[in-house]
Ligand binder design. Structure first.
Ligand code: NAP
Length: 246
């Protein structure tokens, strides 16, 4: 398990946008960042769930968060530009961007994957991370030191038959992280890394392993050390690297 013990308020004054903040690992990361002092922008498609996370942060005495409703399946270039414009107007800059939104269909041989399923998984799991990062670059450049975390998977680091478009998208995420790193490291204060949370008891995991007992897997809250490390200034010198939570 990744080991890191941060200072209590080490994310104070940082503005952090989290996609997939309505549930699972994104929700746990948003709550954890807020608990350590950050102002968190909660992005997702389900307004009620996002509002529940907002309420939880407020009730715990965290800095006032913001909610942005966006269905990544329906998003186009203008949608991402609007997110960036809203963040610029309300916060002025971004210190951190965690891409945690993800979707998965039941595993299938490629022979049986429909084009619709292929396109949906590539759009949410890969294209969205590219497009949102691209539009947020000017905001990230305004931070003294900014961190972008791309959520990967073991399926993105090894060849895994039957995981089709999900695995292709996660391999793409690793490549995307590397390209952003290579293009940004000498000209900006933006560091980009990928993080594989490993098996975790979430809704997405249940799609891949419907018969698995979720109690055998860690809950999202148990995997936050790496999420915290990569978002804070202690990881200032980590750039273009692959991390794992477990
Ligand atoms: N759990 C694991 O074992 C595991 C292992 C390796 C990697 N990962 C990765 O970890 C990340 C988080 O997944 P998770 O396990 O926490 O699963 P999760 O609980 O299902 O969370 C996925 C998040 O993505 C959001 N999302 C899905 N489709 C979306 C769309 N079209 N537009 C906007 N948001 C959308 C979901 O929103 P709703 O709340 O509306 O559903 C939810 O907030 C993913 O990138 C996943 O690939 C997970």
């Amino acid at each position: 398990m990744f080991d890191y013990q941060p200072q209590a308020n080490f994310l104070e004054n940082k503005i952090i946008l989290v996609t997939g903040a309505s549930s699972g690992l994104g929700r746990a990361a948003a709550l954890s960042y807020a608990r350590h002092g950050a102002s968190v922008i909660l992005l997702g498609r389900n307004e009620a769930r996002l509002n529940a996370v907002y309420d939880e942060i407020e009730a715990a005495g965290g800095a006032q968060p913001a909610v942005m409703v966006l269905d990544l399946l329906k998003a186009d270039d203008n949608s991402y530009q609007e997110v960036a414009i809203t963040v610029a107007e309300e916060f002025g800059h971004l210190d951190g961007l965690l891409h945690s939104a993800g979707t998965m269909s039941p595993v299938l041989p490629l022979e049986h994957v429909t084009l619709e399923s292929w396109e949906q998984q590539l759009k949410v799991n890969l294209t969205a991370s590219y497009a949102l990062t691209r539009h947020c670059l000017p905001l990230l450049r305004r931070a003294a030191s900014a961190s972008v975390i791309f959520t990967s998977s073991t399926a993105g680091r090894e060849i895994r038959a039957y995981w089709g478009p999900y695995a292709i998208a996660k391999h793409g995420i690793e490549n995307l992280m590397q390209l952003f790193h290579d293009e940004l490291h000498s000209t900006s204060n933006i560091r980009v890394n990928s993080l594989n949370p490993g098996p975790c008891a979430t809704a997405l995991r249940r799609v891949a392993f419907p018969s698995e007992d979720p109690l055998l897997r860690p809950r999202p809250e148990m995997l936050m050390a790496a999420y915290l490390y990569l978002m804070g200034d202690d990881s200032r010198n980590e750039n273009g690297r692959q991390f794992s939570s477990q």
